[in-house]
Ligand binder design. Structure first.
Ligand code: NAP
Length: 302
């Protein structure tokens, strides 16, 4: 049995995290990966559940990605998360992917099955919809049209999840408009592409670009046309309260931050690898938010 050894032999050994030979292993593959909060997040749940397991940062160059994934499977890992720039490569190497990953054309969660096959799913969209339900209770994507700014990997998953959740009309706006058209084609259904966002009658506005992130230019958009019951969501979580969310709240609109999406997208992977259903609660939020530089998070630490 592994887990935290709180010093049964008090005085002889310091309290330490001890793994047994049967410990379950997972991690996050990215290049770079040092910015990832996933080890902190999964580490919290491992400790909370007293699980004999470990979750590691796994920096892997793009040209070594496939070899690294196969090696992890050989080494007895239960699976891995995948972040920039490997999400499309992960999709390609999976033996099977679920419907959401297929629609999104990208995978952020790998599960190494007992029969030696690699299964893939894309949980960013799931995390987004769960976070929406948590931070804007009572709101349903079926209520009306949504505008998504961006057409990158994360938007692919979020757009598919919103359509699955009943969004009746999805409007994509992206700097590179061909990328938005390609996504609309892949998604099928009630998806439109426009060069400029028209927010009249829109009930959900989502920023899925990197604009507004610390070190990036701000997102310039006038929220005035949004109806008073609209929800504004930002996938960016550094800073935690983006200028977009601050502008939405100043107008009395409900805001949904990107940290909630990050926390919720991790739940399916953790459950598949470590066998416990983890919860997102205020303590976890504060623990992960604590890793965001103090000047980029509200003083509450939330
Ligand atoms: N909260 C979470 O759990 C979570 C998870 C994943 C991602 N995210 C966030 O979601 C955002 C997108 O991530 P991603 O993985 O989808 O990245 P990505 O595939 O690189 O896509 C980036 C998107 O941002 C747009 N963009 C970048 N710079 C821009 C600029 N100067 N002006 C206008 N548009 C610009 C890109 O437009 P072009 O197509 O024209 O390049 C593209 O649509 C990032 O902010 C990321 O941090 C959050």
């Amino acid at each position: 049995m592994g887990g935290i050894d709180r010093g049964r032999h008090a005085g002889s050994f310091p309290a330490m995290h001890v793994l047994s030979g049967k410990a379950r292993k997972a991690g996050v593959l990215g290049w770079p990966v040092s910015h990832s909060r996933s080890p902190r997040l999964h580490g919290y749940w491992l400790a909370r559940h007293g699980i004999d397991g470990a979750y590691l940062p796994l920096p892997v160059r793009p040209e070594r990605f496939e070899a690294a994934v196969r090696a992890l499977a050989d080494l007895g890992f239960a699976g891995a998360n995948v972040t920039i720039p490997h999400k499309e490569a992960a999709f390609t190497l999976c033996d099977s992917v679920d419907a959401v990953a297929h629609r999104a054309g990208s995978v952020n969660t790998l599960i190494f099955a007992e029969d030696g096959t690699i299964r893939g799913t894309s949980t960013d969209g799931y995390g987004f919809v769960e976070s929406l339900a948590e931070q804007a209770p009572g709101f349903a994507p079926a209520e009306g049209p949504a505008v998504i700014l961006g057409a990158g990997g994360a938007v692919r998953s979020v757009a598919a999840a919103l359509l699955d959740a009943g969004c009746p009309r999805l409007i994509l706006v992206n700097r590179t408009i061909e990328r938005a058209h390609a996504l609309a084609r892949d998604l099928g259904g009630a998806v439109e592409v426009t060069a400029e966002a028209d927010l009249h009658g829109v009930v959900l506005l989502v920023n899925g670009t990197s604009l507004g992130m610390a070190g990036q230019p701000p997102l310039a958009i006038d929220l005035t046309p949004l109806p008073p019951h609209a929800v504004v969501a930002d996938m960016v979580y550094v800073p935690l309260e983006t200028p977009l969310l601050a502008a939405a709240r100043a107008r009395g609109l409900r805001g949904v931050d990107g940290l909630g999406m990050l926390l919720h997208q991790a739940r399916p992977g953790f459950e598949a690898w470590f066998g416990a259903a983890p919860q997102v609660d205020a303590e976890l939020r504060a623990f992960v938010a604590h890793d965001i530089p103090p000047d980029l998070r509200p003083s509450s630490g939330a």
